[in-house]
Design a protein around this ligand. Structure first.
Ligand SMILES: Nc1ncnc2c1ncn2[C@@H]1O[C@H](COP(=O)(O)OP(=O)(O)O)[C@@H](O)[C@H]1O
Ligand code: SF4
Ligand SMILES: [Mg+2]
Length: 322
């Protein structure tokens, strides 16, 4: 069976007054139907930029975009999203096949527009549905996220954070997409609401056989839902592993550091911090981009040659130690 999504050497650079930012710099991975991949990594590693590249919602200052993004669909066949025009993506892909819950999107709901109007607008405007059809779809989507239809008549300021996030998720599943990209979907919520939303996401995944790309800097959250984990560092994917393997035996030194920085309730351990900062993506370090922060860096090798992804047991890892 082909995967649902396959990225091959995907790149996306921004142009800025200070130079070219290599935010997504040669990312490859496959995602199967019904599978959830968590994309983790410190802030500034290019996670959101990768999401926007997949769904092609890019700002004007893109300097370069390249690679292949294959999407395998029963209805459309195999398509390379990179070869589709903006217009085609908007008409055939976005919301219908791939949707996204944007970072902080619950706070982007317009406070002075009823939920009803915000939900039906894209359906009527972009997809040409009648208002009645759009309302029916909205009601059904609200029901799937555990809200009643009277929410339609409310204003966002009348809803709790958890309810707003449910509305945003309802909007993402409205058109029955195959893949949802969730960018930090619970970071603005308290822990109890966070847990409820994660349970909802798990439920929807099973019910509709959805695939997720869950972007988060919170590894504990990733562990709750992910079938596999992708670790991004400075615009690159440095490890890709089945979740159980990853949590038991992370292979890349950066992955090990990320996990060591997660507090646990069960065992006494000293929380480690990763020294230094995510490097500039305008002038990233030579060789392995992690070398200035890596305790195992091999002088003359890691600072000069870029490691490529290698299969090691069930994982893939880009590190000269392997
Ligand atoms: N519109 C933009 N223009 C220029 N640089 C950007 C833009 N958006 C993000 N960046 C830069 O791209 C890099 C990756 O950012 P981002 O994708 O937001 O990372 P993450 O989601 O992992 O925190 C950062 O260096 C960020 O400053
Ligand atoms: S390639 Fe070298 S610097 Fe990079 S993570 Fe591996 S050991 Fe560390
Ligand atoms: Mg982000």
């Amino acid at each position: 069976m082909p995967p649902l999504l396959e990225l091959r050497n995907v790149k996306m650079y921004y142009s800025t007054s200070r130079g070219v930012v290599r935010a997504v710099d040669g990312i490859s991975f496959r995602l199967n139907k019904g599978e959830a991949m968590a994309l983790v990594g410190e802030s500034g590693s290019g996670k959101s930029s990768l999401a926007f590249t997949i769904i092609r919602l890019l700002p004007r200052n893109v300097a370069e975009i390249g690679g292949e993004i294959f999407f395998y669909d029963d209805e459309l066949g195999t398509i390379d999203l990179m070869k589709m025009s903006e217009e085609e993506i908007r008409r055939k892909i976005r919301w219908k096949k791939i949707s996204m819950v944007f970072q902080a999107s619950m706070n982007a709901l317009n406070p002075v527009l009823r939920v009803r109007d915000q939900m039906i607008e894209p359906l009527v405007l972009h997809l040409g549905l009648s208002e009645d059809e759009a309302l029916k779809i909205s009601e059904e989507a609200l029901r799937s996220v555990g809200l009643t239809k009277d929410v339609l008549m409310r204003y966002p300021f009348e809803l709790s954070g958890g309810m707003k996030q449910r509305v945003v998720i309802a909007m993402a599943i409205m058109m029955k997409p195959k893949l949802i990209i969730l960018d930090e979907p619970t970071s603005a919520l308290d822990v109890i609401t966070q847990a409820n939303i994660m349970n909802l996401l798990k439920e929807l995944k099973t019910k509709y056989n959805l695939s997720y790309i869950l972007i988060t800097h919170d590894i504990a959250l990733a562990s709750e839902i992910a079938d596999k984990i992708g670790v991004m560092y400075a615009g690159k994917l440095v490890e890709l592993a089945p979740a159980d393997v990853f949590f038991y035996k992370p292979k890349h030194p950066y992955s090990q550091k990320l996990l060591a920085a997660v507090p646990t309730l069960r065992e006494e351990k000293t929380i480690e911090y990763i020294p230094g900062d995510v490097p500039s993506l305008i002038t990233p370090p030579s060789g392995c981009r992690f070398h200035p922060r890596c305790p195992y860096a091999i002088k003359g090798k890691c600072d000069k040659e870029e490691p490529v992804m290698k299969h090691i047991e069930e994982s893939e890892v880009a590190c000269w130690l392997y």
